[in-house]
Design a protein around this ligand. Structure first.
Ligand code: ATP
Ligand code: MG
Length: 471
């Protein structure tokens, strides 16, 4: 359609690879094709066999291409939060003429300031997943959203930089290129999903997104519309399936089928009277197993995963945020998951299910979120991202409107004081990884703090969270 742009999202998941093709026209995103292929070559969210992943990507893209009747050239890919670092970065450049006089700021200057921020701040052995500008400062005037067209001699940029281990990014990009596609952009996966699954108020006041995938379980804390903390436990739905297979002595395929057909996340929601047949290895006749027994197996593993996550989230006071928890990912389809999460975390829990036709299943949230994320980016955000990923020529070819979104000091001042982030990445145990702001390490542990007065309650808890940790 005339005036429309095509965006393609790619989610390389441990259980399946999902692709959507979307048409962005007049501010509206319409999904015109999708593909979903069982994964091979991934383990716990990480690529372990490039050839297998390439074949699966090709297959999923082909499915989507056939539905959309068009050929895909480039994709926006989600990067899992494993060992993610979230850091604030800063760059500064001179924008004056040769004689030192002030001149108008251009796209090239934004490119230079982005490059300066990257050079000064990129840690070794890490690659940038995304860089999102917070504010620009021109000749000392801060809080500027978009500096293009302004006049000055010096420009600075404060931005948030998301980095991941080089190997993870390299393998993902390699697979995409070997599948004959270009990487249009990399996006921190839980950030994209959160922007889809959370309301504006939930992103503003703070909520936690929990992605219950097949290979891993990820919690992402969003507050003030920003990703503040992630926790990854490399135990997911595959572990639940394996537990069922071992305990019931049945094949992995049969266990997976039982989980999806009869599974419950909480045993007390089931009945011991409801039974179903299970093909047991080495036995001629199927055995009768109760839904209650199956649920006990599932619940045991989920409890363990949630308890560990509860500990990590409590440590950073994230459970005090008013928005509670939003569950997504394939395992969120399990009946009783909301009730189990509510019992363990003690906060409001809801399950997010996308409403797009043919994609009404929680495991599609991420791939839809990826397309939503890129289509909602502002021009200056796109330009900074382009400056990070490409060379100056491609930035010069980019056609942007030179317009300033808001330079009203009163409007932007509250945004100007955003605190410094410095990444940390404590790999607590071999199967967990955490990324968080440095303040968390500096601040005293929650349990050492002065005990709360009874009356302080909810509002105070939220205040503590905001003032001591994330602001
Ligand atoms: N109807 C269902 N009931 C229960 N569990 C389900 C259902 N459908 C899928 N699952 C489980 O969801 C998991 C897959 O979810 P999802 O597609 O979100 O994972 P993924 O993105 O491929 O993996 P990851 O994000 O961990 O790399 C599997 O463990 C699968 O068994
Ligand atoms: Mg996933």
């Amino acid at each position: 359609m005339e005036g429309s742009e095509i965006y393609v999202g790619l989610d390389i998941g441990t259980t399946s690879i999902k692709v959507i093709i979307a048409e962005h026209v007049k501010g509206q995103v319409n999904i015109i094709g999708y593909g979903n292929t069982k994964s091979e070559g991934l383990n716990r969210g990480v690529i372990v066999d490039i050839d297998q992943v390439v074949a699966t990507i090709k297959d999923a893209v082909k499915q989507a291409e056939q539905k959309a009747s068009l050929s895909v050239e480039k994709v926006t890919v989600g990067i899992p939060a494993n060992l993610l670092q979230i850091e604030k970065c800063h760059g500064m450049v001179s924008v004056s003429n040769d004689n030192g006089s002030a001149r108008e700021i251009t796209e090239e200057d934004v490119f230079q300031v982005t490059q300066a921020a990257l050079v000064q701040n990129l840690p070794p052995e890490r690659d940038v997943i995304d860089i999102v500008p917070d504010e620009f400062i021109v000749d000392g005037f801060d809080g500027i959203k978009d500096p293009r067209g302004m006049v000055g001699v010096r420009m600075e940029m404060h931005a948030i930089m998301y980095t991941g281990p080089k190997t993870i990014l390299h393998n993902i990009k390699k697979c995409i290129e070997r599948a004959g596609l270009k990487v249009d952009g990399t996006v921190v996966a839980p950030l994209a999903t959160a922007k889809l699954a959370m309301t504006d108020a939930e992103q503003d006041f703070g909520s936690i997104l929990v992605d219950l995938g097949g290979g891993q379980t990820t919690a992402a804390v969003i507050h003030d519309h920003k990703l503040k903390y992630t926790y990854v436990d490399q135990e997911g739905g595959d572990y639940v399936t394996r537990d069922i297979s071992v305990v019931l002595n049945t094949s992995i395929e049969s266990a997976e089928n039982l989980k999806r057909t009869y599974g419950y996340a909480m045993a007390n929601l089931t009945s011991s009277e409801d039974v179903f047949p299970v093909q047991v290895v080495g036995k001629q006749e199927p055995e009768q197993i109760s839904e209650e027994y199956l649920a006990e197996i599932i619940e045991a593993r989920l409890r363990q995963v949630f308890m560990k996550m509860n500990h990590a989230l409590s440590d950073v006071s994230a459970l005090d945020l008013p928005g509670g928890i939003i569950l997504t990912g394939g395992m969120a389809a399990l009946p009783g998951i909301k009730e189990l999460a509510e019992e363990i975390f003690g906060v409001n829990v809801k399950v997010y299910i996308p409403q797009e036709m043919n994609l009404r299943f929680p495991s599609f949230a991420q791939v839809i979120g990826l397309v939503g994320y890129v289509t909602k980016q502002s021009e200056i955000e796109k330009l900074v991202k382009e400056s990070q990923e490409n060379d100056i020529e491609s930035v010069q070819q980019f056609k942007y409107n030179t317009k300033v979104e808001s330079n009203n000091a009163e409007e932007v001042a509250p945004k100007a004081g955003i605190r410094l982030y410095t990444g940390s990445n404590n790999k607590k145990e071999t199967n967990e990884s955490v990324s968080q702001v440095k303040e968390e390490i500096k601040r005293p542990k929650v349990k050492d703090e002065k005990p709360k007065n009874k009356g302080e309650g909810f509002i105070q808890s939220v205040g503590n969270f905001i003032s001591k940790y994330f602001d």
